[in-house]
Design a protein around this ligand. Structure first.
Ligand SMILES: Cc1ncc(C[n+]2csc(CCOP(=O)(O)OP(=O)(O)O)c2C)c(N)n1
Ligand SMILES: [Mg+2]
Length: 492
């Protein structure tokens, strides 16, 4: 049964492939061929055809056929009329007739115009502070950021910077196994967190520890997790940087790219069902938008009208893959429009722009029960993780440029200094105090013993199955036999 319907749909695909490749040959794009094509296609949709199926002996032959089709499509773009502006298609009806179609009335046109793949005119980027930390306009009347909040945002960004430097070094010294910095993305972390309410749920990727820091996770809690000691909430079973906190509504990090996005949408849907006055925010990178999870989640959220903020940190790189090898669209913001999700592109290195955008997105999400997409343009100014050396695939000039003028922490500091809320003395006192606190947290975390071996086998099954019990016995035996190969601070 399944195989016969699979065969039918395969036939259908081959049939249309065949039709399309004929249609797409430039000398056949006359009006006659065109209307014939439509007639045949409509016919094929209304009554499944049983056409002669081209013979593809293998998947590689099928792939070549698809590739050929893609090439023909590209050629077509250079020979046929293409509109650069999608709105032009909407405003140029050449007929008074309309098609009453689900989703709204569609006007007809006799112009054969395809939407363009050109990204020449890009969606603009919302910014409040220029590179010298000065607002473009007089923002004070509209922006409600008090001195206290601004200083708190700034000091949290500095804490994040200091944490990153010291924890990164401790990995280099072999004291922890792994680390990922947020360098260059401090404003995204802190300013977005500042605009949320603590009852909003966070479904993070792995480059947003600043959101947890803002919510009150202590330096000691960060260090305990990184060292995997017995006070770590994952009981030593997680990778370092997989922070999570029930208290702070921060769902545990999973490094499997983008899996948090559909989870976030599900959680937001439950908030909607319970009429809660809160929303969900999920963070992900540009790389995350190349996954099926991102697209399924966006579509579900749009259709079910759930209060979720999709926060994309477009930092230019997914490990060594630059964004122009990741997608051909104008970044990520345009994908929101495709799914019917209100969307905005913002400067991810401008804390005030981020704060305003998330503040507004939160209000929209809750009041209008709608998803919102934010694409923050930024740059991953550090290596991907401690397992990476990014100078192997990008120039140091590029990195330095982003670490200089574009640095979000320096930019925000210029603004609060210009307001008279911060100065050099406060800066050096604060930095030195945080350095001491991080070093102290590391010393404490390092001395605390690891969770017992038994924890490896807990918390999944109510009654552990036979094979798991056997594995536990085997682990204990092996550790006892080779004590020199196992850490002495892990109780058996
Ligand atoms: C499902 C899955 N595929 C691949 C990987 C390997 N991987 C880890 S991080 C990463 C790149 C993610 O890039 P992006 O989403 O842009 O986030 P960024 O690291 O730039 O913040 C990849 C491919 C993974 N962890 N999970
Ligand atoms: Mg990225």
């Amino acid at each position: 049964m399944a195989s016969s319907s699979l065969k039918k749909s395969k036939n259908f695909i081959f049939y249309n492939l065949n039709l399309k490749s004929k249609f797409l040959i430039p000398d056949r794009t006359s009006a006659i061929t065109n209307s014939l094509f439509h007639h045949r296609l409509l016919h094929s949709i209304s009554s499944p055809p049983s056409p002669p199926v081209p013979k593809y002996a293998s998947y590689s032959q099928l792939n070549s056929a698809i590739f050929e089709l893609a090439c023909l499509r590209r050629r077509l773009h250079s020979t046929t009329s293409v509109s650069n502006d999608i709105s032009q298609l909407a405003v140029e009806p050449t007929s008074h007739q309309v098609l009453d179609f689900p989703g709204g009335k569609v006007k007809f046109t006799q112009k054969l115009i395809f939407t363009s793949n050109s990204t020449e005119e890009r969606v603009h980027c919302y910014r409040v502070l220029d590179e010298n930390g000065q607002p473009f306009t007089d923002i004070d009347s509209s922006l409600k950021i008090s001195k206290e909040l601004a200083v708190q945002m700034y000091t949290n960004m500095v804490t994040l910077e200091v944490m990153d430097t010291i924890f990164y070094e401790s990995q280099r010294q072999g004291r922890i196994s792994f680390y990922a910095t947020t360098t260059g993305e401090e404003a995204i972390n802190i300013a977005s967190a500042a605009a949320l309410d603590s009852k909003d749920f966070v479904f993070p990727q792995y480059r947003e520890p600043g959101v947890l820091l803002w919510r009150g996770f202590t330096l000691q809690e960060f260090a305990n997790q990184l060292f995997g000691n017995k006070y770590e909430y994952g009981k030593g079973r997680q990778m370092p940087i997989h922070y999570g906190s029930r208290k702070h509504n921060y769902i545990t990090v999973a490094s499997t790219v983008a899996t948090q996005i559909p989870h976030a949408v599900g959680a937001a849907y439950s908030l909607k069902m319970e009429n809660q006055d809160s929303c969900v925010i999920t963070y992900f990178g540009d790389g995350g938008t190349s996954t099926a999870d991102f697209h399924a989640a966006m579509n579900f959220a749009a259709v079910m009208e759930v209060p979720v903020i999709f926060f994309c940190r477009n930092n230019g790189w997914a490990i060594s893959t630059p964004v122009d090898e990741q997608f051909r669209s104008d970044g990520v913001v345009v994908k929101g429009k495709a799914y019917g999700v209100p969307s905005i592109r913002i400067d991810g290195n401008d804390a005030l722009a981020i704060y305003n955008a998330v503040n507004e997105a939160r209000k929209m999400a809750i009041k209008e029960q709608t998803p919102v997409l934010i694409e923050a343009l930024t740059y991953r100014a550090g290596h991907h993780t401690t397992s990476d050396d990014s100078t192997r695939y990008r120039s140091t000039d590029e990195i330095e440029r982003w670490r200089g003028d574009q640095n979000p922490v320096k930019r925000f500091r210029k603004w609060i200094e210009s307001k008279g809320w911060w100065n050099d003395v406060a800066e050096s006192e604060y930095r030195s105090s945080i350095r001491k606190q991080v070093a102290q947290a590391i010393q404490v975390a390092e001395r605390i013993e690891k969770p017992p071996v038994a924890e490896m086998f807990n918390d999944v099954y109510d009654i552990p199955p036979k094979n798991l019990k056997e594995q536990e016995v085997f682990v204990r035996k092996t550790v006892k036999k080779h004590t020199e190969d196992y850490p002495s601070d892990v109780p058996l």
